[in-house]
Design a protein around this ligand. Sequence first.
Ligand code: FAD
Ligand code: DLZ
Ligand code: SF4
Length: 508
Amino acid sequence: MKTLRIILGDQLSDTISALDAIDKTQDTILMMEVIDEAQYVKHHPKKIIFILSAMRHFAEQLKCKDYRVEYIKLESIRSRGGFTETLAYFLEKRHFDKIIVTEPGEYRVLKMIQSWEKQTGIPIEIKDDNRFFISRKYFETWAAGKKQLLMENFYRQMRKKTGLLMNNNKPAGGQWNYDKENRKTAQASANFPTPKQFKPDTITEQIIRLVKKRFADHFGDPEPFWFAVTTADAKKAFKHFIQHALPYFGDYQDAMLSDQNFLYHSVISHYLNAGLLDAREVCKAVEEGYRKGKVPLNAAEGFIRQILGWREYIRSIYWLKMPEYAKSNFFDAKRPLPNAYWGANTDMNCIRQVVKQTQEQAYSHHIQRLMITGNFAMLLGVSPQALHEWYLAVYADAYEWVEMPNTIGMAIFADGGVVGTKPYAASGAYINKMSDFCSNCHYKVNQKTGEQACPFNYLYWSFLYKHRNLLCNNRRLLFAYKNLSRFSDEKLSTILQDTKKFIKKTYP
Ligand code: FAD
Ligand code: DLZ
Ligand code: SF4
């Protein structure tokens, strides 16, 4: 039996289920570089360089381990646009009895793969993605009959299931969650560690040249390119994080500082999502740091929660709710993305800082994505689908399974409360508390209305006012709506006027 085993660009792990029980003498591994995957949204050049270089390195490693690998490069005549066309062309000259592939990370690719059996006449087996702690089926069972799919409940179940940070069936330290200790603000003067950086080798340099030539119109800087592109280097980067940043991760998880891109974050999401790092190994290493007394519990728990809790939960929601989820638009928001998201000049320092960093690094940390670009888009009424395309394009770690529920659900509440229990709407006061952005801004964060007022301030109240019918019964917003009800007619009218002027200025 000759089997074709297909590995996609974000499945670069040699223990991936598509390779289970592989017969090195009979089977062939196929990897395809295709233009459609770089262009279905215009991915950031750093993201394309990362994936293509990691794919080529991975193929070389497989060949060194005596696997038969067919690798189709983007420049090759054999690369025919999309996965389906490229596979069909490849199969014109080859015969296989079966095709095996691990389930992909995007619904549109799953649909493609499901069409292959009919198109090629070869039976296809789609295997569970074994890189996650749970299968889609496991979550479906957990979710069945539940009214609200609360992440915190799911996370506790995952701690019990895996035994991570558990002592005799009880959470280490007596509490499940130490988030209250994780809201410190960072000082610009602190000595922040930088993530481990790697010099591009010959393969990466070739790809940088290719990407600069073929994707010159994509938003983002291709260089300097410093990401790891192999598992060995990604492991070094993670070890560096454990030693230098993890002990402070919890405390400063929500902090933001100008010109500080990474603070104490791990910057490993693109490695995890592409298969260079393994989520189980990562969580185990962090637990070990805690058990050996090198990492405080709030940091270890906070970090493990992100991966064991949020990452698994978000993926499960995606597969549970697709394809309808993609069309969610609870607030019926229709505005296009402001040009500032593509680097156009803006007077708002927070937006300018986060977009600049995104352009340079294809990275921003969670609170920047959630409370700056996400919060602003929600208050402004940007279409969820326009915003989703932006996040999917500009971050090196973005694939639909993880990006979409974070954007549509967590950041802008367009799913009406599947992921979150309330919209993460915030005025300038929150941004001022958690960052140093406001001290260098054209706008005045303490001013609520008028030309110089921070736009987040009046946008926040007009958002709550506009959507009062949808939100006023939300228990977590009762306090805010009580405040709003005390506004005089004059105050409310000024807020709505300022909002109108700002929107006119944003969309001239
Ligand atoms: P750290 O802060 O060091 O956290 C450690 C790890 O936890 C991350 O590497 C990641 O694997 C995981 N994690 C943390 N939060 C989440 C979360 N909410 N969902 C899933 N995993 C999480 N993450 C992506 O991996 N890809 C995306 O496309 C993506 N899009 C996002 C869009 C929006 C609007 C928001 C609000 C969040 C998004 N996230 C996404 C989640 C989070 O912002 C990133 O995982 C994180 O910023 C990556 O940086 P880091 O590796 O330094 O993470
Ligand atoms: C993102 C991406 C890019 C830019 N290029 C490729 C590619 O040429 N070949 C490939 O197999 N995968 C690529 N990817 C990752 C895919 O988009 C990803 O595997 C699917 O979106 C499923 O998650
Ligand atoms: Fe952003 Fe407002 Fe602060 Fe300016 S004042 S940085 S717009 S929050």
